[in-house]
Design a protein around this ligand. Structure first.
Ligand code: MG
Length: 173
């Protein structure tokens, strides 16, 4: 059985993942409106990934006989002046998520809930990837600066991102 402490913490994380999804959808809509279709595409896929993260926790809670309680999702910002600004904000946000995951991992150890700790291990690696992807994009946008051709090429590059559901989501049922 899940301890009430772990159940509450996982429910809070489900809300945090949906908040991330909402944030990235908001970024996608901002860049859609600015005519940056590639950047908008990248954030739409990020939106899907965050929903998948929430679902992984939802499935896990159900698998453990826990109770999923969906809380309201807080408002998100709606304006970012440039892709660089949005990716910088994304990195700061993902670093915050990394510390949330680390705190959950520590709590699972404290509660001797090793199954939860194992599931969280996937998220620990996932956060390394999230932060790395984001840093690489920040570097690229800094490199091209205001160069129109560079911005266009980067937009094309981000347009080619496609969504693949995490394998952990498919292997659960
Ligand atoms: Mg996430």
């Amino acid at each position: 059985m899940l301890s009430p402490k772990i159940q509450d913490a996982l429910n809070a994380q489900i809300n945090a993942e949906f908040w991330s999804a909402y944030l990235y959808l908001s970024m996608a809509m901002n860049f859609e409106a600015q005519g940056r279709a590639g950047v908008a595409n990248w954030f739409r896929i990020q939106f899907q990934e965050e929903q998948a993260h929430a679902e992984i926790f939802i499935n896990y809670l159900n698998q453990r006989g826990g109770r999923v309680l969906l809380a309201p999702i807080a408002a998100v910002e709606t304006e970012w002046e440039s892709p660089l600004a949005a990716f910088e904000a994304t990195l700061v946000h993902e670093q915050k998520v990394t510390s949330l995951i680390n705190n959950l991992f520590a709590l699972a150890e404290e509660e001797k809930d090793y199954a939860t700790r194992d599931r969280l291990a996937w998220f620990v690696s996932e956060q390394v990837e999230e932060e790395d992807n984001c840093r690489q994009l920040i570097d690229k946008f800094r490199l091209v600066g205001d160069n129109g051709m560079g911005q266009y090429m980067l937009d094309q590059e981000l347009a080619s991102r496609t969504y693949t559901a995490p394998s952990i989501l498919n292997s659960e049922e």
